[in-house]
Ligand binder design. Structure first.
Ligand SMILES: [Zn+2]
Length: 370
């Protein structure tokens, strides 16, 4: 398997180039439509069958259900990126000294291509569903329900996000909650009669400190007030303001604790009112959801003569959080090895591509076996 996939490396690189040079920012519908066609075409060629196009709120997600009978393994990927149109000009596609670069290469276009080659080389891909969405970088607002539906009943969800540092598989991902805390006060002239106003900026200052106090680094919980805005002019007591809050947790109990506390926030200034929007977005991907699959991947690597995978815990969420959240064993970080996701130095290590495809193929083969 590993040798056969190594022989396909030049073809894999051609396909990765094709995908990377078709820019696909999550927010640009026209660009995504073009990228969707490239993914559909590559997939049709390598899997021998055209995808289902599943539409959700004006977005099209691609799904291949292979073979008859219920799916056992869900392969999960996305082709949208955080890179705006025109990024290719400043970050052109290139392969030099074994390092491949270009917008979205490690997150996760190379991962998509290696997965297509992995499935292509399976003897019997029956029982495999491949789902490639286009809004992951936005938090998967239109694909979450589809992801959960396709994962339900599977023995495993395998996520094609990039490996962690050193090629590690991701066995723990923090859960994510997002909030907007709005303060409503009362406007007044800051010079003539400020005492008649209720200052939303001051109210928010109290709330920002109350939010920061919810941090529990010892338990892996971070509560980070981020975007902040208030007021309408320099000489007006602000009537309204808002702060965004990013919450990361290692377990659901912490996600609950923070959620309850955020909703229990009360205004401090007389006459002020608070409005709390948002809540848990992605549940945590915990070790108990991943341990058995990780062991399995280790055995597969051993059998195929590949280096033993290592495990890593990461702060960022992925669609794997959703599949783990509904109780499906999930393993993440099965995509490309490299680094710099969402950053200037985004890159893929070419020498690792075939081995990762072989590991994925071997793992799928074991999981779909009756
Ligand atoms: Zn990604």
């Amino acid at each position: 398997m590993a040798a056969r996939l190594s022989a396909r490396l030049p073809a894999m690189l051609t396909d990765i180039e094709r995908l990377v040079t078709c820019e696909s920012p999550s927010t640009d519908r026209a660009a995504l439509a073009a990228s969707t066609e490239v993914v559909a075409e590559l997939g049709t060629r390598l899997l021998g069958v055209a995808p289902d196009r599943v539409e959700a709120e004006g977005r099209v997600h691609l799904r291949w259900r292979l073979g008859e009978g219920p799916a056992k393994v869900l392969l999960l990927g996305h082709h949208d990126t955080v890179w705006p149109l025109g990024s290719l000009a400043s970050h052109p596609y290139s392969v030099r000294d074994g390092v491949l670069r270009g917008p979205g290469c490690v997150d996760m276009k190379a991962g998509l291509v290696l997965a297509l080659y992995a499935v292509h080389h399976l003897h019997a891909p029956a029982g495999v569903t491949l789902l490639i969405t286009c809004d992951e970088e936005l938090g998967s607002p239109t694909s979450r329900a589809l992801i959960e539906k396709e994962a339900a009943g599977c023995v495993a969800a395998l996520v094609l996000e990039a490996a962690a540092a050193g090629g590690a598989l991701k066995t723990e991902r923090k859960g994510v909650s997002r909030y907007r805390v709005r303060a409503h006060g009362r406007a007044a002239h800051a010079g003539l009669e400020p005492e008649r106003g209720t200052n939303a900026t001051i109210e928010l200052a109290h709330q920002v400190l109350a939010l920061a106090a919810l941090n529990a680094p010892g338990r892996g919980t971070t509560v980070t007030p981020t975007l902040l805005s208030a007021g309408s002019s320099e000489n007006t007591v602000p009537a309204a303001g808002e702060v965004a809050v990013d919450v990361r947790v290692r377990d659901t109990a912490e996600q609950q604790r923070v959620d309850t506390a955020v909703h229990a926030l009360r205004p401090v200034l007389p006459g002020a009112r608070l409005e709390i929007l948002g809540g848990p977005n992605r549940p945590p991907l915990t070790r108990d959801a991943t341990a058995a699959l990780f062991e399995r991947a280790t055995r597969v690597a051993d059998r195929l003569g590949l280096p033993a995978p290592t495990a890593a815990a990461v702060g960022g969420g992925s669609d794997g959080n959703f599949t783990a959240g509904i109780g499906v064993p999930t393993l993440d970080g099965l995509g490309a090895v490299g680094g710099g996701a969402h950053a200037d130095d985004e890159h893929v290590l070419v020498a690792e591509l075939a081995g990762r495809a072989a590991l994925l193929a071997g793992l799928i083969e074991e999981l779909v076996r009756p």
